[in-house]
Design a protein around this ligand. Structure first.
Ligand code: HEC
Length: 147
């Protein structure tokens, strides 16, 4: 009995520790993620693939940074009838009819262009190829709260 109590306690301590290390974002990581979002620059080369008419073109992401369409404030933008949605994490996770985003779903959307329900996103949303580190940085930034 005694043994179990100690074991439970240490498990609780352990889970509290991992929860806090997960939620407290490293400020340098957020800074890198923000740079990638705003300027398309990661720690390694980031590439963006886009469909232009019949052609599929791949360009450095500096030419197509997220902020250029979704706004520097992540609130989304509409231009020429195309809407780049609001990317605030609260909006992507709460009260969505199209399925709530998780971190994994976000990675899928950015790299393969599908939403949480597996539905293909429009061609106006480029598909991005980047290092795992850069993706982690970007996701840390996107899941951090700004509001
Ligand atoms: C050229 C404009 C453009 C750029 C650049 C762009 N996006 Fe998008 N993005 C869009 C559009 C338009 C949609 C909506 C597509 C649709 O409705 O099918 C979209 C959709 C999304 C979605 C899905 C949102 C939802 O509600 O399901 C995510 C997530 C996203 N973009 C993240 C990013 C990130 C992160 C970057 C940078 C790495 C980026 N986008 C760069 C235009 C863009």
């Amino acid at each position: 009995m005694h043994f179990y109590r100690i074991k439970t306690l240490s498990l609780l301590t352990l889970s509290a520790f991992s929860a806090s290390t997960l939620s407290v974002a490293d400020p340098l990581q957020l800074q890198r993620g923000q740079q990638l979002y705003q300027e398309g620059m990661g720690t390694a080369q980031v590439m963006a693939t886009m469909t232009v008419g019949e052609q599929i073109v791949e360009v450095p992401a500096e030419a197509l940074p997220c902020a250029g369409c979704h706004g520097a404030d992540r609130l989304g933008r509409s231009e020429d009838g195309v809407t780049a949605p609001d990317l605030r994490w609260s909006v992507l996770t709460e009260g969505r009819t199209a399925g709530a985003y998780t971190r994994a779903a976000l990675v899928r959307a950015i790299s393969t262009g599908v939403d949480p329900q597996g539905k293909e996103l429009g061609v106006s949303m480029p598909r991005y190829r980047m290092s795992q580190q850069d993706m982690l940085d970007l996701v840390a930034y996107l899941t951090s709260t700004t509001e």
